[in-house]
Design a protein around this ligand. Structure first.
Ligand code: ATP
Length: 452
């Protein structure tokens, strides 16, 4: 079973501290969310899994962490200033504003048909750099992380002596002034993206596009999403963005419907072509904007010494959407058969915010508590992730709480632990609820084997 409504996820997220509405005490800021104590752990674990699979487990990808504030020229030549907008219609009656492609001639709010003609609405957040607010010092909050990868292409190539094919990976915040943020954290105004720009020789791009689709699909399955809840959508030629040669969307069955989780686009030489100096020297395939302001040729030498502008294949995912998909998939309400039910979050163990909860059978027993503290000190040094001392003192409540937040193992210190030799604890498995007794001298090996 999976979550069937966004309400289940939003409620669990707030109750247990995964995700909160931003500025909740002031009524919130629409389309902006904060990650709580467990949300930040889950997010860090998901980002680490992405980084590991991209940068550590391969030999052809470098990392980058670029700034959020963006020189206007970057977004002028990328095409965002002119085209990064959704056509909008306003309802003249209730003053609501909607994406033209989301409605069919009628206001979804009040039903009126008295609407304006569609007008472009720019999705970028604008700001000013320095003390004076004028047109000369406009900057933007980046609407995607990708542009800095393109503008730093030459610096990365020079610093690392990379040859094609190779990629640059980046995880970071992006900002879009979405007209209709909705569906919890699915569509928001401030979000994180994990993007790879993979540079290849023209002519090998289609093959790499197929390869990356398969790699990314498998990665999502490795994060716990079931194949039958994923759809690969191939954008029909007539719907492609003008720069793209082909695009796959990895879609997931969210509670509100089958929707995009990650896009994998073949962007040809559009981006490097747009930002390069001396465009005329290169036989650019994409239709690029004229650029007389760039001071660098964004090219690389092929094996014959010829300078080429590579094509790029871009797998781009939303970290928050990933978390929403993973929560949807992991959420289970289980009938325990004795008239009771439990909520259990069946997260993959590498994603679980807390790996091990140490639970005292009796909170007010000094010997038991001392043993719990001692174990915590020892186990947190194993490098398996967060080990938490659960101090509620009621074993039933503690198990329920850790089932709900997806803690794979609960370790209980009881009277046997402090009275009997060899010293042992119980370990309870989240999914099967089975308990085994493990000697404390074997604990480190047991947990290392389980988690690493
Ligand atoms: P959509 O069609 O849903 O607006 P998009 O095609 O504009 O998305 P891209 O520009 O391809 O999205 O961005 C890559 C990824 O970034 C998306 O697959 C999604 O996971 C994430 N993303 C984009 N916009 C948002 C948003 N407003 N809120 C959360 N995640 C987003």
């Amino acid at each position: 079973m999976v979550a069937t409504s966004m309400e289940q996820l939003a409620s669990l997220s707030k109750r247990r501290g995964f995700i909160f509405q931003n500025a909740d005490i002031y009524g919130g800021l629409q389309g902006v969310y904060d990650f709580g104590p467990l949300g930040i752990e889950l997010k860090n674990n998901l980002k680490a899994a992405w980084w590991r699979s991209m940068v550590y487990e391969r030999d052809d990808i470098e990392g980058l962490d670029a700034a959020i504030l963006t020189n206007r020229k970057v977004l002028k030549y990328s095409g965002h200033e002119d085209t990064f907008s959704d056509p909008m219609v306003d309802c003249k009656k209730c003053k609501g504003r909607f994406r033209a492609d989301h409605i069919d001639g009628k206001c979804p709010n009040c039903g009126s048909t008295d609407l304006t003609e569609p007008r472009p609405f720019n999705l970028m957040f604008k700001t000013h750099v320095g003390p004076v607010e004028n047109e000369d010092n406009v900057a933007y909050l980046r609407p995607e992380t990708a542009q800095a990868i393109f503008t730093q292409f030459k610096n990365v190539v020079d610093a690392t002596s990379r040859k094609l094919p190779f990629g640059i990976a980046q995880i970071g915040k992006s900002f879009r002034n979405e007209i209709t943020p909705r569906n919890f954290i699915f569509r928001v105004r401030e979000f994180e993206q994990a993007e790879l720009e993979y540079f290849v020789y023209p002519g090998t791009d289609e093959e790499w596009h197929e390869k990356w689709k398969e790699i990314r699909l498998q990665w999502w399955i490795d994060q716990g999403l079931k194949r039958e809840h994923i759809n690969i959508y191939k954008t029909p030629k007539e719907d492609l963005a003008h720069y793209a040669k082909a695009c796959y969307d990895i879609e997931y069955q969210f509670p509100h419907g089958m929707e995009e989780l990650e896009g994998i686009a073949n962007r040809r030489d559009y981006d490097l072509g747009n930002h390069t100096k001396n465009q005329e020297e290169f036989n650019l395939e994409a239709h690029c904007h004229e650029n007389k302001e760039s001071n660098t040729k964004l090219c690389i030498q092929d094996e014959n010494g010829k300078w080429v502008i590579p094509f790029v294949v871009e797998p781009s995912m939303g970290v928050g959407r990933g978390i929403l998909a993973i929560l949807t998939e992991a959420y289970n309400e289980e009938d325990l058969g004795d008239g009771n039910t439990r909520i259990v979050l069946k997260l993959k163990k590498h994603l679980a915010p807390i790996k091990v909860a140490i639970i005292p059978l009796k909170k007010n027993n000094e010997q038991i508590m001392n043993k719990c503290h001692e174990l915590k000190q020892k186990l947190m040094k194993l490098g398996i992730g967060r080990v938490a001392l659960e101090n509620t003192g009621n074993i039933g409540k503690a198990y329920r709480r850790h089932d709900e937040i997806g803690t794979p193992l609960c370790l209980t210190v009881d009277f046997e632990t402090i009275e009997n030799q060899p010293e042992s604890v119980t370990i309870r498995d989240r999914d099967t609820m089975e308990q085994i007794r493990v000697n404390t001298s074997d604990l480190a090996d047991y947990l290392r084997n389980y988690f690493l």
